[in-house]
Ligand binder design. Structure first.
Ligand SMILES: [Zn+2]
Length: 383
């Protein structure tokens, strides 16, 4: 087990701690297939902190063979009090009055930077975000990532995780509901999926249950996540790796529309963004945080969409995003102008294609010669 301070509240210097529990002491961030628990982004949702601390204690002292086996290959990292300024104050936003769970793209606050830095270092497979609400009529509402640009494989695996957790917490007496389908990309459960993490949101209803149950049901969610991860680690890892590969390919092809806000879609999307040196300096923290590679290019920097971070890039760099840090120049594939002499008289002995049109490989089935608006067939694919 290891404990380290990873940041402090935005106004006072109240420390934000990260605890790691695993087979090595301390567990090595980024080296393994891990889960990260984030507690109390909202200061009045106090059971999150309590459940996270109890989860740490239970894992640290466990003798349960299943849990010990899990921890041998899957360290668990916990940030019990992400909104550290608000311990005891029972206020939702941080001391600068920012809702931390609406700041995971912009990363304007020291608390959200502490969480983002931890995510970048740990590279967790699963991120659990613990909250509480009121009057839902069920004891626990769960949410999975639904952001349009997150990899489908990651979203599907996260939905399966959610189903596994639902099944477990039902067995300990919880009643289940679904949290709102807010797809804004700066909420942790959405931003985390843009980072290719399986995210799960847990909202425990404070009304009608005891203080003890508020904490126990949340601990049940954490245990459910741990059990599902332990039983499905290989499938989850391959879903994430397939999701990354799909997004790299999508970024390279530049043919799949990218919904960069609720009302604006890039269609076709750029295959890269070009940044001036000044823009790159302005967005340097975010590029590092999201593992976005920028290569020097003509006095500025080129950010290719053909990289793992593809789902996050336009949100940070495109003028049409509600959360962009800079407005970089969109780059599209160059379309070469035909030159005289390009057309070589075709014969039936050759075959053509595929030809790339707007990034899609198209089969060539016939070639026509256009002369003053008249098309003359000169070649057809043999049957
Ligand atoms: Zn909350």
């Amino acid at each position: 087990m290891g404990v380290e301070q990873i940041g402090a509240g935005a106004v006072h210097s109240t420390p934000i701690f990260l605890v790691g529990i695993g087979a090595t002491s301390p567990p090595i961030p980024g080296a393994t297939d891990s889960m990260l628990v984030i507690g109390m982004q909202h200061g009045e949702e106090t059971a999150a902190r309590e459940a996270a601390i109890r989860f740490i204690r239970d894992l640290a002292y466990t003798t349960d063979p299943e849990t010990v086996a899990y921890l041998a290959t899957h360290p668990v990292f916990v940030i019990p009090t992400s909104n550290s300024n608000r311990i005891g104050s029972v206020v939702r936003n941080n001391f600068a009055d920012v809702d931390l769970n609406r700041d995971h793209l912009t990363l304007s606050q020291s608390e959200t930077r502490a969480m983002a830095d931890a995510m970048r270092r740990i590279k967790p497979t699963i991120v659990v975000d613990l909250h509480e609400n009121n009057g839902t009529g069920v004891t626990v509402q769960l949410g999975h990532p639904t952001q349009a640009q997150a990899a489908a494989q990651v979203k599907t695996a996260a939905q399966t995780l959610r189903a596994g957790v639902e099944s477990y917490i039902t067995s300990i007496g919880c009643t289940i509901g679904s949290y709102s389908a807010d797809t804004t990309p700066e909420i942790l459960r959405q931003t985390g999926s843009l980072r290719h993490c399986l995210t799960i949101l847990s909202e425990t209803d404070r009304t009608g249950i005891t203080t003890q149950q508020r904490v126990e049901y949340m601990q049940g969610v954490l245990t459910g996540v741990r059990k599902h991860h332990g039983a499905n680690a290989a499938a989850i890892a391959s879903a994430i790796s397939a999701g990354k590969a799909a997004k790299r390919a999508e970024g390279a092809a530049g043919t799949t529309a990218f919904a960069v806000s609720a009302t604006k879609t890039l269609n076709p999307p750029p295959v890269a963004y070009w940044l001036t040196q000044a823009q790159r300096d302005t967005v340097a923290y975010h590029l590092t945080s999201f593992d976005i590679e920028a290569t020097p290019d003509a006095g500025g920097y080129l950010v290719s969409m053909a990289q793992d971070a593809q789902p996050a890039i336009p949100f940070l760099l495109d003028d049409n995003s509600d959360f962009n840090i800079v407005s970089a120049e969109r780059r599209y594939p160059a379309v070469p102008e035909p030159e005289p002499g390009d057309l070589i008289a075709p014969t039936s002995a050759v075959s053509y294609g595929p030809v790339r049109v707007n990034g899609v490989d198209c089969e060539v089935t016939s070639v026509h010669l256009r002369t003053a608006g008249t098309f003359t067939p000169v070649w057809e694919k043999s049957a």
